[in-house]
Design a protein around this ligand. Sequence first.
Ligand code: KG4
Ligand code: ZN
Length: 349
Amino acid sequence: MALILGIESSCDETAVAVVDSAGLTLDARIVAQRIASQDAAHAPYGGVVPEIAARAHAEVIAPMVGAVLADAGLTLDDMDAIAATAGPGLIGGVMVGLVTGKALAMAAGKPLIAVNHLEGHALSPRLADPSLQYPYLLLLVSGGHCQVLEVRGLGQYRRLATTIDDALGEAFDKTAKILGLGYPGGPAVERMAREGDAKAVRLPRPLVGSGEPHFSFAGLKSAVLRAKQAGIHADADIAASFQQAAIDCVVDRTRIAMKAAHGMTALVVAGGVAANGALRSALETLAGEAGLPLVAPPPRLCTDNAAMIGWAGAERHAMGYSDALDVAARPRWPLDADAAPVRGAGVKG
Ligand code: KG4
Ligand code: ZN
């Protein structure tokens, strides 16, 4: 039972939350939260500009902490610990949030918990669904990552699959850019796909059928570009066909990964792309094949937020973990540090 202040600033959302780990429902667990999106600042560039992101975090983060505590009707003294994202992510932004967390922890004499942003996503389904037990199979799909992991317990992750090139969210964002839909692209592609015919454009399904469960989306993205340049397809048909191809890849690859996992209580999907309704329903079917429930947090908990950082902090706090005030921000921080490098993969971890 603990009250945790969570801070998130690893990409383009500045977020602060107060989490009450004793809450029995999601609403009771998130006592207060504010999320400041930087979408408007990055939109002209079609993607996140790291320097702009870091500056924008620095401008809003301190007043936001005050506002969230006021929303909660609590003070810093009421907190049991301060949890801040310490990586992986854009290092300037991570440093802004982590330094803020350190300053608050030092000023209030509270423990600091340095949270891995990916652990935040990985545990967010437990924040949303108190009945979800370890171990579970996690499909983590965000702007920077596409992985399947066994989540065996807090801090115990075994990576079964990863992408050899682009992340799934990146593929959605690039497709959005090709179709002129702006940034962030995932939600816009999903909306446009609803108006299109998913069979209209023939697109590849990279790695589908391969025995290794890894992902690849670079060839799909190039095919989307060629389809657009051909000038014969409606944009909505390209969007729908892309989304279907991407989902077919995810389902096939995850099905292979599931065969390597044993004793799982559920198939869980988390990360920004888990907000996609078409993906969620395809995964529902896949989980059903294996006789497992699909657990997917509500979309607002899939995209970056501070409640998931506060929750990961609460799980760490309950285990007696805390971090020294000189803990470093980390641009890369894989959940499974022992995972073997994958042939053809970049360095995204
Ligand atoms: O987890 P997240 O908020 O940030 C990272 O840690 O990367 O994920 C952001 C990614 C972006 O690529 C965004 O386009 C994608 O999630 N996304 C979606 C949807 N909502 C967000 N992709 C597909 N459909 C959506 N509805
Ligand atoms: Zn994220």
